[in-house]
Write a protein that binds this ligand. Structure first.
Ligand SMILES: NC(=O)c1ccc[n+]([C@@H]2O[C@H](COP(=O)([O-])OP(=O)(O)OC[C@H]3O[C@@H](n4cnc5c(N)ncnc54)[C@H](OP(=O)(O)O)[C@@H]3O)[C@@H](O)[C@H]2O)c1
Length: 236
C-alpha cells in the first residue's frame, strides 16, 4: 500500500483515517467540500487535498487516480443521492485492483441475516422519518449506496460501525459478520478505532466483499465473548 485516497477526509472519521494512514507511511490524498478544507490544516504539507463534493465524478476521478486503496465515508447527507453518487463514482473510477473500504452503520444489511432488536429498528425508523421530514439526510440513500457496493465485482469492504464515542484508542475493534452476534452486544466503538479498522482492512484480503460489523475490543461484550476476531482472517 503506497498511495491512498480518503473521501470525506474533513469529517471526524475521515480525520482519524488520515492520521492512521500517515502513521502507516502512506501517501494520502483527501477529498472534502471546499468549505471544509480548513479542517485539514493540521495535516498541511503532509497530504494532498482535493476540494469538491464527493459525488462529483470529476473530483473523484482525479483523487483516486493511482491509488492502492480508497476509504470512503458514506454519509446520507441531504436528499440528493449524495451517498449513492459518491459510492458509484468510487466504484466506477478507482483503479481495478484498489481496495475500496466504505463506512456505514449497523442498519445496513448485506444478506438479510442480521438480527436487530426492536429498539434498534424503531430508532432507525424514527430517525430516518424525522431526517426526511426536515430534509437533513436520507438513510435510504445510504442503503442504496451499499446495495450498489454489494453488487459490485470490485475489491470492496463495507465496515458497519456501532454507536461511536470519542476517546483514546483501545485497539483494533472486534467484528462479526452479522448483527445479533453476542460479541457485538455492547454496541459502542471509539471513533478512532473505527478509523483504525477501516485503514487496517485495506491490508486484509480476507475482508474482501465482506461487511464486518464492529465493536470496541475493550467493551464488555467483546471481553465476555472472548475469542477476539482481530482481523486474523477469521469469520464466525
Ligand atoms: N455517528 C455515529 O454514531 C455513527 C454510528 C455508526 C456508523 N457511523 C458511520 O460513520 C461514518 C461517519 O459518521 P460520523 O457521524 O462520525 O460523521 P463524520 O465522521 O463527522 O462525517 C460526516 C461527513 O459528512 C459530511 N457532511 C456533513 N454535512 C454535509 C452536507 N450537508 N453535505 C455533504 N456532506 C456533508 C462531512 O463533510 P464536511 O467535513 O465537509 O462537513 C463529513 O465528511 C458514516 O459512514 C456513518 O454512517 C456513524
Amino acid at each position: 500500500m503506497k498511495r491512498v485516497c480518503i473521501v470525506g477526509a474533513s469529517g471526524k472519521l475521515g480525520q482519524y483515517m488520515v492520521q492512521h494512514a500517515l502513521d502507516r507511511g502512506y501517501e494520502v490524498v483527501g477529498v472534502c467540500r471546499q468549505r471544509s478544507v480548513g479542517k485539514l490544516n493540521r495535516f498541511r504539507g503532509r497530504i494532498t487535498v482535493i476540494a469538491g463534493t464527493t459525488n462529483d465524478r470529476h473530483v473523484i476521478g482525479r483523487a483516486v487516480s493511482g491509488c492502492d486503496a480508497v476509504f470512503t465515508v458514506l454519509v446520507p447527507m441531504g436528499v440528493h443521492q449524495y451517498a449513492s453518487g459518491t459510492a458509484q463514482a468510487v466504484l466506477d473510477l478507482a483503479p481495478r485492483k484498489a481496495r475500496l473500504i466504505f463506512s456505514c452503520g449497523w442498519h445496513i444489511s448485506m444478506d438479510g441475516k442480521d438480527h436487530y432488536s426492536r429498539t434498534f429498528i424503531a430508532a432507525v425508523a424514527v430517525v430516518g422519518w424525522l431526517a426526511r421530514l426536515f430534509r437533513l439526510f436520507d438513510i435510504s440513500d445510504q442503503v442504496e449506496a451499499c446495495r450498489r457496493i454489494f453488487a459490485s465485482d470490485t475489491r470492496w469492504t463495507v465496515v458497519r460501525g456501532s454507536n461511536l464515542e470519542e476517546g483514546e484508542s483501545q485497539g483494533l475493534p472486534v467484528w462479526a459478520p452479522h448483527i445479533g452476534d453476542p460479541i457485538l452486544a455492547s454496541n459502542i466503538t471509539r471513533r478512532t478505532d473505527f478509523a483504525l479498522f477501516m485503514v487496517a482492512a485495506a491490508e486484509n484480503d480476507s475482508l474482501v466483499r465482506q461487511a464486518p460489523a464492529i465493536v470496541g475490543c475493550q467493551t464488555p461484550s467483546a471481553i465476555r465473548h472472548g475469542s477476539f476476531k482481530r482481523m486474523r482472517g477469521q469469520a464466525s
